[in-house]
Unconditional design. Structure first.
Length: 143
């Protein structure tokens, strides 16, 4: 079930939805992103179906999307979100680093394809690039 983090967002803040089927990963990512000025994690989803409903409700600027999830995977959810809500940018944050996943995700409408090992700065750079319509393929692996 989606978790609304803050029903009232700060004016001008970037609204983010986190979609991942692992609660511990969502909590860690939410905690990390809370330290970013002018960014609000407005909700969380644990699968692609829930992500679509949350995007419809909150109209976020960006969705951080895992690929492998139950009910509806991240690629299919991205395809639907990208077609229905073109102003919402989808960034994949995944362990699936094989090139075919990146190609399929890009065809579905993903703006950026990031490895889960990325740090806060790389994620924020990717979000900002997507919002400026400058997609990125991946971030460097951590040392």
């Amino acid at each position: 079930m989606g978790l609304a983090q803050d029903q009232t967002t700060r004016t001008g803040a970037i609204k983010i939805v986190i979609t991942d089927d692992h609660p511990v990963f969502r909590a860690a990512l939410r905690s990390m992103l809370r330290t970013v000025p002018n960014l609000d994690v407005v909700a969380e989803a644990e699968d692609g179906l829930e992500a679509i409903d949350i995007v419809q409700r909150y109209k976020p600027d960006a969705v951080l999307m895992d690929l492998n999830m139950p009910n509806l995977n991240g690629i299919e959810a991205t395809r639907i979100i990208s077609s229905r809500y073109p102003c919402t940018k989808v960034l994949v944050l995944t362990m699936q680093t094989e090139p075919e996943f990146a190609k399929e995700a890009t065809r579905a409408g993903v703006c950026s394809f990031l490895e889960k090992g990325c740090g806060r700065d790389e994620i924020m750079r990717a979000i900002n690039d997507c919002l400026k319509r400058q997609p990125s393929i991946s971030c460097p692996a951590p040392d």
